[in-house]
Write a protein that binds this ligand. Structure first.
Ligand code: HEM
Length: 485
């Protein structure tokens, strides 16, 4: 009894003590609201805000329909909410995309969960700003520049054919999504970086990727702690590979007179470019390692989902498939026996690219991404206070009938006309626009070419559900029935 009395009086004192603090906080919030006109919207319960609604909608792959659209209908194209403790403003539309994406580093910076930063490494491009960011982005996109197709397409084509021979030969059923994940991994390492994939590497990377969006808790047994261990394992492998390349390139430099002459950049491959930058003192070893890890993260699930959705749309639209098939059969018969495709042939796959773009419009692999305001931002008559998060979305324009009439229907011919800037944004925009866009494009086109010219195929689950964790993927891995032509 005495204990109960003691607890009651203790609680009463605590409430009395905290009440002024609570009132003060409320008053401060009111003052902020008066001084700055905050966007409309609900901040939800303390700390959690509307996180649970957000996650529920995300897991069902209905984030736009169930979370964003109802709030847009109530508040308009810009509204506030609170996610995992952070006040967040969600914005939609081409103008918002332009404003926030092009003002990277000036008004906003990209904002990733702590687990992603720890696993990718704080030296990867996603944590870089200003000149350091421009340098790394430039290295990646210049190795995928306009002349790269000539060199990359034949290499990519060989890898795709090798994978089809090894994994599809003698099979009747293939798990397309998992196949493309494996393929994309080899493409990034062999075509882009110039590193031979070693035994076990893919499995280690998958363990890292599993932890990228989980809570950064290092208690043994959690996905994050497994991912941290995997990250250390891959780091050891990559340090060995980078140092070997460094020695090779230093030897080459000495042999060519020490003046740094010769083909120091190693053609289009990214590892020699990174190591050359290291030898010039422009990049550290940590930056090289972290950016290799990031590249896999950026390419892996995105490209695989884009490929899976392209095949799904082709299966659902046989007329489109016939047009696409003709494009590839004509190309193949025009080349003559035994001749492989090259960079020029990619340009002839214009209908296929429209099909892929339309599939990616309907099923963007990236929902959108978070930014953090680095100053108070005035936008559309509202203030977004410094420190708040901003989430821009691909869906906000991809499903807007003003830009894409009858937006839920599949119509590759929409892309007969170019789209205005910041309307079609599956690859983002502004300084952080996807650095691997060209590789993703070539990967999709080359794979489609070899599959449709070599195999008849059909979906086993035509309406397979899509789930999100945190990127979207088909729940059964998109099994397909195949038979050689
Ligand atoms: C269909 C496939 C792909 C899609 C839909 C996609 C989408 C995106 C998007 C939306 C961004 C911008 C994120 C932001 O604004 O915060 C981005 C950034 C990036 N992507 Fe991709 N991506 C794809 C494939 C690839 C591939 C194959 C690579 C490389 C091999 C790659 C490398 C990168 C890198 C390095 C960045 C960071 C750029 C920066 O921070 O400056 N992506 N991607």
């Amino acid at each position: 009894m005495e204990i109960n009395n003691f607890i009651s009086s203790w609680l009463f004192t605590l409430i009395l003590a905290l009440a002024p603090l609570f009132l003060l906080l409320k008053l401060k919030q009111k003052c902020v609201n008066i001084r700055h006109k905050l966007p409309p919207g609900q901040m939800g319960v303390p700390w959690l805000g509307e996180t649970m609604d957000f996650y529920r909608a995300q897991q069902a792959n209905r984030l736009f329909e169930d979370f964003v659209q109802p709030r847009m209908a109530r508040h308009g194209k810009i509204f506030k909410t609170r996610l995992l403790g952070s006040p967040t403003v969600i914005v939609s539309g081409a103008e918002a995309n332009r404003f926030f994406l092009s003002n990277e580093f000036k008004l906003v910076i990209s904002s990733w969960p702590s687990s992603s930063v720890q696993l990718m490494g704080k030296n990867s491009i996603m944590g870089k700003q200003g000149e350091r960011h421009r340098h790394i982005h430039g290295l990646i996109s210049s190795s995928l520049g306009s002349s790269s197709a000539e060199y990359l397409v034949p290499k990519l084509s060989k890898i795709v054919q090798r994978h089809l021979d090894v994994h599809w030969g003698g099979q009747e059923r293939i798990n397309l999504y998992h196949f493309t994940k494996n393929l994309t991994f080899h493409v990034v390492f062999e075509c882009l970086l110039g590193i031979d994939v070693e035994m076990g590497m893919l499995e280690i990377f998958e363990r890292i990727l599993e932890g990228v969006f989980t809570p950064a808790v290092t208690v043994p047994g959690t996905r994050f702690s497994r991912a941290v261990r995997a990250r250390k394992e891959i780091e050891r492998m990559l340090v060995r590979i980078v140092r070997k390349k460094e020695e090779e390139m230093e030897r080459e430099r000495e042999n060519s007179g020490g003046g740094g002459g010769g083909n120091e950049e190693g053609g289009a491959l990214l590892l020699p470019r990174y190591v050359a930058a290291m030898l010039r003192g422009e990049m550290s070893e940590e930056e090289v390692i972290d950016n290799i890890v990031l590249m896999v993260f950026a390419a892996h699930d995105t490209t695989s989902f884009a490929i899976a959705m392209t095949f799904r749309m082709l299966a659902h639209h046989p007329n489109c498939y016939q047009l696409l098939l003709k494009e590839h059969m004509d190309l193949k018969s025009g080349k003559g026996e035994g001749k492989d495709i090259n960079g020029e042939d990619i340009k002839k796959m214009s209908y296929t690219w429209k099909v892929a773009r339309e599939s990616i419009r309907l099923f963007p692999p990236i929902f959108g991404s978070f930014r953090k305001a680095i100053v108070d931002i005035e936008y559309e008559g509202f203030t977004i206070p410094k420190g708040w998060k901003v989430l821009w979305t691909t869906y906000g324009t991809h499903y807007d009938p003003e830009h894409f009439p009858d937006p839920t229907s599949f119509n590759p011919d929409r892309f007969n006309e170019p789209k205005p800037p910041y309307v079609y944004v599956p690859f983002g925009g502004g300084p952080r626009v996807c650095a691997g866009y060209q590789l993703a494009r070539m990967n999709i086109l080359v794979l489609v070419h070899h599959v449709v010219t070599r195999y008849d195929w059909s979906l086993i689950h035509p309406d397979e559900p899509i789930t999100v964790d945190p990127l979207p993927f088909p729940v059964h891995g998109m099994p397909i029935q195949i038979s050689p032509k």
